[in-house]
Design a protein around this ligand. Structure first.
Ligand code: V0V
Ligand code: CO
Length: 140
């Protein structure tokens, strides 16, 4: 079902501070940046590796308000790893299989993710405390 580690999501207070740190440390560059109102974040994708099934990225997440998943996370735990995202070829069938298997899905149907991807989150309680995201990359 899983085709790659698509990204590691990292909660940061400020993209402007965090991006240069990743550029300086690893020579990564920003492949994409957008504001996702529905998810309550400004996010930047920094490409680590381009693989056969799609890229692997670091996703830096800055909350646009306090009452958002990343805003609440930062207030409670401070900056750090927020979620892991796995690539899937077909997110609809992946979600159907997870539903049959009894997993608690935050998104029962896919929602808009970075750069036109389709994404869905699994609740951390059902995955050993790890907020887990599935990503179906856009066509092409
Ligand atoms: C909260 N909890 C976490 C967590 N956030 N555990 C592990 N990793 C996280 N990131 C735990 C928290 O410690 C509590 O555990 C419990 O869940 C309830 O926390 P809460 O602060 O009351 O938060 P809730 O219940 O309001 O919301 C938690 C969920 C929420 C996971 C439901 O964060 C959510 O819907 N996340 C999915 C959307 C999201 O994260 N979007 C931002 C990234 P205890 O204390 O009860 O044990 S957007 C993105 O990645 C995009 C756009 C992309 O990739 O394209
Ligand atoms: Co993500």
């Amino acid at each position: 079902m899983l085709t790659r580690i698509d990204h590691v999501g990292i909660a940061v207070a400020s993209l402007e501070e965090a991006i240069p740190r990743y550029e300086a440390a690893f020579g990564l560059t920003v492949a994409h940046q957008e504001t996702n109102e529905a998810q309550g974040v400004r996010e930047a994708m920094l490409l680590v590796h381009k693989g056969d099934t799609g890229g692997s990225y670091v996703q830096l997440l800055e909350p646009i308000r306090e009452d958002t998943p990343v805003g609440k996370f930062l207030a409670k735990k401070g900056p750090g790893i927020h979620h892991i995202a796995y690539g899937v070829g077909d997110i609809d069938s992946a979600l159907a299989a997870l539903t049959v298997a009894g997993f608690d899905l935050v998104n029962k149907t896919p929602v808009h993710g970075t750069a036109g991807s389709r994404i869905a989150f699994m609740h951390p309680k059902g995955v050993g405390g790890v907020l887990t995201e599935l990503v179906e990359a856009p066509e092409g």
